[in-house]
Design a protein around this ligand. Structure first.
Ligand code: FDP
Length: 293
């Protein structure tokens, strides 16, 4: 995994500060943006007006930073070159509103940010930082900068540290698996039965990856959006979801996998490529990799 290179420390901090500062605007805009927009995003999903609003806001503010040379979003087909300094600039890939289908039912959603020291599409090993904002009952932010994971409360757009050096607990207790159960391959179904047979483990699944990941970080456990019979690469995207979440979970002492290798080692070939995502406590991901053949 990449570690934070000193030359990027200020730039990473500036990106995190910008994302946190926009959180109140995004939260305030949600009540009036629960309707669907006619357009579909590059992955073929219907966009909500909230997705488009958040994407525009991040492009405007992150794209204006000297430290950012490329902006890519799950909501845009193309990578947007920005005016940052080419020699030292970083590439930002963002999922402006992960779990936006939860807006209608008023459940958790969030914003995911990946900061790469390479042109996009980039490998997880090129990440220098990743973060997410969670719009739950309160707004929190998790950051990883190669030097540890920190949880913040975001109050009026300003971060206040809740926990430094966040680590996955040693005694995992929750699991959440996405996709339709009949669409799961047999080997993954066998793994889920092993997990369910452990009476210390409890199913908790909210349908927004970022919320389901956050409970794994806080309680310990495993999250999967697996390869499906109908979609061998699963649903989630490598640049916007798999890589940053893999980086955060590995930075917190856990493990990530696409079924055979760390998510951070997956070869990037397209900005919107999908990847099966498995993250959680080390032993649970080891058990998963042994179960999948
Ligand atoms: P959403 O479509 O609501 O934005 O990748 C996006 C995502 O949500 C994830 O947050 C979530 O884990 C997954 O899709 C859920 O998708 P399905 O309900 O189609 O399984």
């Amino acid at each position: 995994m990449a570690t934070q290179a000193d030359p990027h420390a200020d730039a990473i901090e500036e990106i995190f500060t910008t994302v946190a500062a926009l959180a109140p605007d995004i939260r305030d805009a949600l009540p009036g943006r629960r309707v669907q927009n006619d357009e579909t995003n590059p992955s073929g999903e219907t966009q909500l007006a909230a997705d488009i609003y958040a994407d525009e806001l991040f492009r405007e503010h992150l794209g204006a930073l000297d430290s950012v040379v490329e902006y890519a979003s799950e909501e845009r087909t193309k990578i947007v070159p920005t005016d940052g300094e080419e020699d030292t600039g970083l590439s930002v890939a963002i999922d402006p509103l992960d779990g936006s289908s939860n807006l209608k039912s008023n459940n958790t959603m969030g914003t995911i940010v990946a900061v790469y020291d390479a042109p996009l599409p980039a490998a997880g090993s090129d990440l220098v930082a990743a973060a997410y904002v969670l719009f739950g009952p309160i707004t929190t932010m998790i950051t990883a900068d190669g030097d540890g994971v920190t949880e913040y409360l975001v109050d009026d757009g300003v971060r206040e540290v809740i926990t430094e050096d966040v680590q996955l607990p040693d005694d995992p207790s929750v699991y959440g698996f996405g996709g339709r159960v009949p669409d799961w391959p047999d080997d993954f179904t066998a793994y889920t039965e092993d997990i369910e047979s452990d009476d210390s483990m409890k199913l908790r699944y909210g349908g927004a990856m970022i919320g389901d990941i956050n409970q794994v970080l806080i309680y310990g456990g495993v999250f999967a959006y697996p390869a499906l019979e109908s979609a061998p690469n699963g649903k989630l995207r490598l640049q916007f979801e798999g890589n940053p979440i893999g980086f955060i979970i590995e930075s917190a002492g856990g493990r990530s996998s696409d079924g055979t290798q760390s998510l951070l080692d997956v070869e990037p070939n397209d900005v919107h490529q999908r990847v099966p995502v498995y993250v959680g406590n080390d032993e649970l991901i080891e058990q998963l990799e042994a179960s999948l053949d």
